[in-house]
Design a protein around this ligand. Sequence first.
Ligand SMILES: [Zn+2]
Ligand SMILES: [Zn+2]
Length: 373
Amino acid sequence: MKETDTKFLESAFKKYYFEHFDLIHVPQRTSEREFGYQKFNSGMTRHISVKDDKELHLLLMQNVPSDVYCSNAYYSFPNLPMNEKDWKEADLIFDIDAKDLNLSCRSNHTISICNECNQISKNSDQCSKCNSTKLEKKSLPCKNCIDASKTEVLKLSEILINDFSINKNDIQIFFSGNEGFHIYVYDSQFQQSGSRERSELVDYIMFNGAIPEKFGMKKFKPNRNSFPDFNESGWRGRFSKYVYGSKSKRSKIISELLVNGYSSFQKTLDDVSEKIGTKIDPNVTMDIHRIFRLPGSINSKSGLTKILCQDLEKFDAYSDSCFISEESVEIVANCPIEFKLKNKKFGPFNNEKVSVPTFAAVYMICKKLATIA
Ligand SMILES: [Zn+2]
Ligand SMILES: [Zn+2]
């Protein structure tokens, strides 16, 4: 990134951190957490401990990081190297990202930036100018991406609450600042679980690796009475609703499943996983040593804030997370796709000089689709 662009982003981020200290807080049990941050055009600084909000705010003002992170884990010595930290426990974290949802809208708002000649083209596998295949893809997610991600968040919450008796108030949902949601679960039965148990939880939530026998199907002499009933709880109930469709069709569909046989039943389970399994990023939940974007901090992939969603249904991602100033700034924008921020439409821009509000300039510069004029 050009130095003028970095300077511009730093000053916009600094202004945000100065004016919005109210949005950025250290998490509970601060002194047991590991913090980390990244500056523009530089590597990650990790293994930091922070005492309180005041110290965090000081760190932000002094370093003006591009990204700030904090562990979901609690350690005795968070600022020591990983193997000396003495891991105690970790909040449960889930990541739901529009890019993992195979949405058809995605190709409409993905841009390819050529690593060789910087040519920008709409979603393609080859540079339109130099034919290079070394392309960096940038997505400008749309409302459909956010709505589909919200649906996954609701599916996840339903499973956590109904199948694991997690209290609704112990679940916090954050917009990641780019194209998805981070879900935090506090004080659950998994608090002290390691990676393996968390990976089993992930399989359960995604409905991966389900065994036909658990859903009534057997290789030899299956019994139709052991197939799930329509109103059962957990995955047997979800299976029923998806596969039978309605109570009245149960008997007929079970007959069909029995005729089709065991290996076909395995395919039905795979289909259930694909269609109604919750699409979370397994690695995020399994990693118990990771540092995650800090709530209230800016995501440098977009210039938007990672922010708590009080009301998921009403949450307007590209308006409610945008806190950068309105002040007009001149940029050269090369953004072939229209996008919407704070209910205003921008673009498409064809390598042209334009005046836009700072928040839109920050968004495009973060996406490498504009540069300060
Ligand atoms: Zn090229
Ligand atoms: Zn989309």
